[in-house]
Ligand binder design. Structure first.
Ligand code: BTN
Length: 145
C-alpha cells in the first residue's frame, strides 16, 4: 500500500470515532420498546413538530388493536445531541389517550435509544372515578430502522 493509501486509512480511522462521538440523536425512524410495540416517527420539521404512527403490542381494552397516529414536538430541533421530546397517541380503538415524554440518547458507538415516561388516561363515566383513571410507566425504545 502506498503512502496515499496509508494516509487515507489513517484519516478514516481518526474520523469514524469522531463521527460517532459527535452524532446527534435523531427521532426519525422505526422504534421498538420492551413490550414489543412498534412506532414510526416521521421527519421533524424546523419548528420541531413531528407525526408518526404507533402499533401497540398490548392494550388495556379487549378491542382489536389498530395502528394509531401520534403527534409530537422535539425541543431545540437540530441543536442538541440528546434532545427532549413529547408526543401523544390518539388510539383508534379505545377512548384513552397516552402522552409520552422522553429524551433521545446516542452512545459512543452511535446506538440510539428513546428513554420515555408515559401517562395513559382512560375514559371514566364519572369524575368520581378519576382516582383510578391514570396509569403511569416508563419505556425504552431501540431503533429498528
Ligand atoms: C388502550 O389500552 O386503551 C390503548 C393502548 C395503550 C397501550 C399502552 S400506552 C403505554 C404502554 N406502552 C405501550 O407500548 N403500550 C402501552
Amino acid at each position: 500500500m502506498g503512502t496515499l493509501g496509508c494516509c487515507l486509512l489513517l484519516a478514516l480511522a481518526l474520523l469514524v470515532p469522531w463521527d460517532a462521538e459527535s452524532r446527534k440523536c435523531d427521532l426519525q425512524g422505526l422504534w421498538r420498546n420492551e413490550l414489543g410495540s412498534n412506532m414510526t416517527i416521521l421527519a421533524t420539521n424546523t419548528a420541531g413538530t413531528f407525526s408518526g404512527s404507533y402499533h401497540t403490542a398490548v392494550a388495556a381494552t379487549t378491542k382489536q388493536i389498530l395502528v394509531s397516529p401520534l403527534q409530537g414536538v422535539q425541543q431545540h430541533p437540530g441543536a442538541k445531541r440528546h434532545p427532549t421530546f413529547g408526543f401523544t397517541v390518539q388510539w383508534q380503538f379505545s377512548d384513552s389517550t397516552t402522552a409520552f415524554v422522553g429524551q433521545c440518547f446516542v452512545d459512543h458507538h452511535g446506538k440510539e435509544t428513546l428513554e420515555t415516561t408515559w401517562l395513559l388516561r382512560e375514559e371514566v363515566l364519572s369524575h368520581k372515578d378519576t382516582w383510578k383513571a391514570t396509569r403511569v410507566g416508563t419505556s425504552i425504545f431501540i431503533r429498528i430502522k
